[in-house]
Design a binder for this molecule. Structure first.
Ligand SMILES: Nc1nc2c(ncn2[C@@H]2O[C@H](COP(=O)(O)OP(=O)(O)OP(=O)(O)O)[C@@H](O)[C@H]2O)c(=O)[nH]1
Length: 461
């Protein structure tokens, strides 16, 4: 995150300057008062926020309540007890992490600011009660300054994460609704064909070689050189198309100049055949480029055609929002093939790929229309099961396990084999952060692996 890194040093300096502008005894008193009342400050914060309908949605989960009360107390202590540059940096890093969590669970900024205001007021009240008036005034300014600085850093991290998330959501929206790639593909294939037809016609009409249409100047050539090559940058097919284009324009077209002087129809036919070959190869590679691009652009894994993890956070956030607003539930099922390495080792990587494709197909067959299936990488898959409860999710997970164990997997050369999978299931428990859900499913999967594999482990609430 370059923006945050860029300002980290500035913020540390600024934090230090703010600290230095207050006498040590004032800072000491604020730290002591904050420390003495940290439990009350945290519980006051939660008491007020839980009574707020909108804020309660993010805080009412039991785990959030217990964990956050404790971390709120620590936050108060750390805020006022950091005086060395290293402490300050760690406090700043902490505020950044909090901002990122806020963005992940989409807490509205005004609620965070409201929380900060509550804390500030309460702490200042204590300072006024406990210190002589003049000292209290300066202490109050110091107390408020540090909370404001912390809020500023949190908001910065929040905005950066939130922008990233908005971009992911935007591209997910485009992925879900657009088919631009398909129409572009058809348009460019037609443009390539137009150029070829024009060339054939001009050759038939004995047009002079220097007036034959150059591919790089045709509609297709212009598009590919300025847009296509840029969009498909890095793919080997892009280079092949550019090479074919140069070959046609620089080598083949000039050869037509000799055709009349030689008056050799076989020679012309051969040239035309060469041209045809080059054009066909361009068309073939163009199809490949569009195909690959479709998979990548659309967030799909090329091997299994399942979703890749690009849109996982967007889908999980959508599910959490949906479950929250409807009172429904959903579950995350993490699945990992057992001893998959042995399949690669004994039958080759290609056989391993085939097995992955068959597992993906089997999971697709077992899923319902609203479910989502992701390939997380390697031999690990993730399924989001919608509209399930603890019981139905566990049953569905075990059905998948049994179906895979019962399947005969087909490898090249008529080899068949059986395999098993380990699964970790986490049912949504109301926690607003999707990463907690993923962590629970992962931990359960780890348990399943450690307890003998070929089993489903259900994550505790
Ligand atoms: N064929 C193929 N193999 C892959 C792919 N991605 C990852 N792998 C291989 O999957 C294997 C995973 O091995 P491990 O992580 O040791 O797991 P495992 O052998 O399944 O053992 P457990 O998970 O402990 O049961 C590695 O050998 C990877 O090289 C892929 O796309 N295709």
């Amino acid at each position: 995150m370059p923006a945050t890194q860029f300002t980290l040093d500035d913020l540390t300096c600024e934090w230090q300057e703010r600290l230095d502008s207050f006498p040590a005894d004032v800072r000491e008193r604020v730290a002591q008062t904050a420390e003495r009342h940290r439990t009350d400050l945290a519980s006051h914060f939660y008491g007020v926020m839980l009574a707020h309908k909108e804020a309660a949605q993010f805080l009412s989960h039991e785990q959030v309540k217990t964990r956050l009360s404790r971390s709120m107390e620590n936050w108060i202590t750390n805020l006022y007890n950091s005086s060395e540059a290293a402490d300050i940096q760690s406090v700043i890093a902490h505020q950044t992490r909090i901002g990122e969590v806020h963005a992940r669970v989409s807490i509205p900024v005004h609620l965070v600011l409201r929380g900060a205001r509550l804390l500030k007021q309460r702490l200042i009240t204590y300072l006024r009660e406990e210190l002589p008036e003049r000292q209290a005034a300066e202490a109050a300014v110091f107390a408020a300054t540090l909370i404001d600085l912390a809020m500023e850093i949190m908001s910065h991290a929040y905005t950066t994460s939130h922008d990233r998330r908005s971009r992911a959501e935007e591209s997910y929206r485009l992925f879900a609704v657009t088919q631009n790639m398909a129409s572009e593909k058809e348009r460019q294939r037609a443009a390539l064909l137009d150029w070829e037809n024009q060339l054939m016609f001009d050759v038939a009409m004995n047009t002079a070689a220097q007036h034959l249409p150059r591919l790089s100047a045709s509609e297709f050539g212009l598009w590919f050189r300025h847009k296509g090559a840029h969009g498909f940058e890095g793919a080997p097919e892009t280079e092949l198309i550019l090479e074919s284009m140069t070959r046609i324009d620089e080598m083949l077209l000039p050869l037509f100049a000799n055709r009349q002087s030689e008056a050799n129809p076989t020679h012309t036919m051969q040239l035309l055949r060469d041209l045809r070959e080059q054009a066909k190869s361009i068309s073939y590679h163009l199809d490949l480029l569009f195909e690959q691009n479709n998979e990548l652009e659309s967030g799909r894994d090329v091997l299994t055609r399942l979703l890749n993890r690009k849109y996982l956070s967007v889908v999980l956030n959508k599910q959490i929002t949906y479950a929250r607003s409807t009172g429904g539930s959903f579950a995350v099922l993490a699945l990992d093939l057992d001893h998959f390495k042995q399949i690669n080792d004994s039958h080759g990587h290609e056989a391993g790929d085939l097995v992955l494709q068959q597992v993906a197909a089997l999971m697709l067959n077992r899923s319902r229309a609203g479910d989502y299936l992701f390939r997380m990488g390697g031999e690990e898959f993730l399924m989001i099961m919608v509209d399930v409860n603890d019981h139905s999710a566990a049953k569905a997970a075990d059905n998948i396990r049994r179906a895979i164990a019962a399947e005969t997997f087909r490898l090249p050369q008529d080899v068949t084999m059986h395999l098993t999978v380990s699964l970790g299931l986490a049912v949504y428990n109301g926690h607003p952060d999707y990463q907690q859900l993923l962590r629970r499913a992962d931990d359960a999967l780890y348990e399943a692996k450690n307890h003998g594999r070929n089993r489903v482990v259900i994550a505790p609430e």
